[in-house]
Design a protein around this ligand. Structure first.
Ligand SMILES: O=P(O)(O)OC[C@H]1O[C@](O)(COP(=O)(O)O)[C@@H](O)[C@@H]1O
Ligand SMILES: [Mg+2]
Ligand SMILES: [Mg+2]
Length: 336
């Protein structure tokens, strides 16, 4: 595998081909899915950039399966990804935060051996206020007989992912992914419309600087969660306080912590006993990336990637980031 420095001019397409050489039996189907996701991300980036100028801010007026009001950009991003990925002959089904059921591949198109699960627009509450948002994706291999993807194909533990990644639409647009061979970041150069390698082989620092949690829920957290947050804030005298940063877009909070080291948490609380974030298309893909970068991710009792899913839109408590900080969470939350 060619070792690129961050001065090489390498497009994502070229990099994906080079990575494919790691797999002697590769058919190019997984590479094709990553190409199409890169294309869809460019189209979504364009919409996000123009959000204030064209009529795509605000609510769509519909609700998704989570009971959340859908933003116009949630629906636009969802359609862009489905239309970019449904005809390549590489997928047997898709699943989206914005769709209640599995999304079948239209009958006129060939089916493939992979499933794509995604959160088309992450951080929806930040769209209208021009704060970074993102897209999150996870790729699984079909495990049941037959052509069409089934729920059993979607409900596989995170360790079964063959690829995962996210896109952040911030001051620049970046696509970060892993196929199980490290984590690689690409920055979109809008002047040539290409994702260029900018962050090869990303690693998260062992000890984190940043704590990312919405402590507006402090009053309704279980006592062991409150004790844990006091620890991270240096209030129990056991360690130096971490610096608090919370954007309210999971992708943006995760990305900052991946680069600078930190802990993102969305604990369970009395109102949401399972937490808020979705296991299959938010927590599993970022946990895969984080572990590939040397970090860790738990639900408070076990490794997120070992959780056996039971439903498409299930939620889970989430602690992800620098290994040493997640270890503290595991130790203190085990105290029940
Ligand atoms: O406002 P809260 O309760 O802190 O929740 C913020 C969290 O909700 C989310 O916006 C949920 O994701 P969606 O926007 O994709 O529904 C996360 O990005 C973010 O971390
Ligand atoms: Mg989300
Ligand atoms: Mg979303």
């Amino acid at each position: 595998m060619v070792k690129h420095t961050d001065t090489s001019v390498v497009t994502i397409d070229r990099y994906i081909i080079e990575q494919e050489r790691n797999y002697p039996d590769a058919t190019g189907e997984l590479s094709g899915i990553l190409y199409d996701l890169a294309l869809a991300s460019k189209m979504i980036a364009n919409k996000v950039r123009l959000a204030g100028l064209v009529d795509i801010l605000g609510a769509e007026g519909t609700e998704n399966v989570q009971g959340e009001v859908q933003q116009k950009l949630d629906v636009i991003a969802d359609n862009i990804i489905i239309k970019a990925l449904d005809h390549g002959g590489r997928l047997c089904a898709m699943a989206s935060e914005e769709q209640e059921q599995l999304i079948p591949i239209p009958t006129q198109f060939k089916r493939g051996k992979y499933l794509l699960l995604f959160d088309p627009l992450d951080g929806s509450s930040n769209i209208d206020v021009n704060v970074p948002v993102g897209t999150i994706f996870s790729v699984l291999k079909k495990v049941t007989p037959g052509e069409d993807g089934t729920m059993a194909d979607a409900l596989q533990p995170g360790v079964k992912q063959v690829a995962a990644g996210y896109v952040i639409y911030g001051s620049s647009t970046m696509l970060v992914y892993s196929t199980g061979h490290g984590v690689h970041g690409f920055t979109l150069d809008p002047s040539i419309g290409e994702f260029l390698l900018s962050h090869p082989d990303m690693k998260i620092p062992e000890h984190g600087r940043y704590l990312s949690v919405n402590d507006a829920y402090e009053q309704i957290w279980p006592e062991n969660v409150r004790a844990l947050m006091r620890r991270y804030r240096g209030l129990d005298g056991q360690r130096k306080a971490m610096n608090v940063r919370y954007v309210g877009s999971l992708v943006a909070d995760f990305h900052r912590n991946l680069l600078g080291g930190g802990l993102f948490a969305y604990p369970a609380n009395q109102k949401s006993p399972e937490g808020k974030l979705r296991l299959l298309y938010e927590c599993n893909p970022l946990a895969f990336i984080c572990e590939q970068a040397g970090g860790a991710a738990i639900d408070g009792t076990q490794r997120i990637l070992d959780v056996q899913p039971t439903s498409l839109h299930q939620r889970t408590p989430y602690y992800v980031g620098s290994k040493a900080d997640v270890a503290i969470a595991a130790e203190m939350l085990a105290k029940g």
